[in-house]
Write a protein that binds this ligand. Sequence first.
Ligand code: UD1
Ligand code: MG
Length: 416
Amino acid sequence: MAIIMAAGKGTRMKSKNSKLVQKIYGKEMVKRAVENAKKAGINDIVTVVGYKKEQVMQVLGDSVKYAVQEEMLGTGHAVMQAAKFLEGKKGRVLVLNGDVPILRPETINRLLDKSIDNKEAATLLTAIYDDPFGYGRIIRDEGGNIEGIVEEKDATEEQKEISEINAGIYCFDIEALLEALKEIKPNNSQGEYYLTDVIEIIGNKGLKTGAVIVEDNTEILGVNDRMQLQMVTKILQHRINSELMMSGVTIEDINSTYIYDDVKIGMDTVIHPNTTIKSDVEIGEDCEIGPNSYIREGCRIANKVKIGSFVEIKKAIIEEGTKVPHLSYMGDCEIGSGTNIGCGTITCNYDGLKKSKTIIGKDCFVGSNVNFVAPVKIGDNVLVAAGSTVTEDAPTDSLVIARERQTNKEGWNANK
Ligand code: UD1
Ligand code: MG
């Protein structure tokens, strides 16, 4: 079981909303924290909510249970609110900060495993930071045993020099945690009940405490302000992009390519710079995407497809070998294989009330600057003349011309 703390006000974010619902790549950070725990195999999750609780609850829905913290008196107080879910239970509980969004599930499991293997009553996740400012520092004795955690605001100048920091991710023996929570007091600079104080309390009882030092420092970054929000976004961007590259996708510029979670891209596909690909997108092998293109949710792109420059597509099913080379918006559409969509083509999918679909067959040639006013269906092997505004269905093998005929007035401009 896990407890996720998500009741804090998040003052440093300077927002009208709970900081826990700030999005990183389109997904709220508290949702990321919950998903990370679930991916680690923990399904019984209690989320402590308080400040703007309706926002957090709307994001998480019934994927978790809730404990309400009426007054935000600190992280220790937050965990106390979830105590009723722990009473009478044995075994271990994970406690996670809701504002640590890019933690790897494998790291959660390493923490859990070490806690079980070493029979520790409290196991912390820590990291060594060059700049530990703002985090709780880990106090160890000469033998390296953990004595406690001191917060930045309570630390002496000497303690501030300590580079090992508390990640805000813990594994506790349930009974030891419940006992220790009863003993914490708000006698610190912030007047709060610190969860971090239970480490020293547990240690003083002669129970074992320990730590797992993370290998990748970036995964435990806490998000308290908008600079940290940006840092975490950049780290996630590099993580996703490098995983795709390792699986055989060429990304020309790791820094300007934004690929959201769980996008599938096949081998030997090339992503050109300044391209954004949202979640719920699948792209096949040997495709070319971008530069400067935007692939939105619901797209299914087969092999050998080209989505060129300045193209936006949404809920588009595009079959093998088809090309949308430049400056198009193709939304709510199906395009058969081997079709060429001319520059500037647009699907007019929205009439102000509802969205409608455009269906284009295989082996079509669509000239430049064509508007498809949906709903509309074009057969296979159709040629649509450039500049057409297509409002009616067209059968297979036809030529579609839907534009004003040109008039030339000879000599009209000669004496101007
Ligand atoms: C906390 C740790 C610090 C650690 C850091 C890691 C404490 C006292 N300090 O500091 O040692 O280095 O995380 O990121 O725990 N929350 C509640 N109720 C409250 C207060 C906070 O639910 O009354 C929640 C917040 O919403 C947040 C989490 O607990 O998700 C951590 O609180 P935050 O105020 O961000 O603590 P830090 O100062 O970052
Ligand atoms: Mg924090």
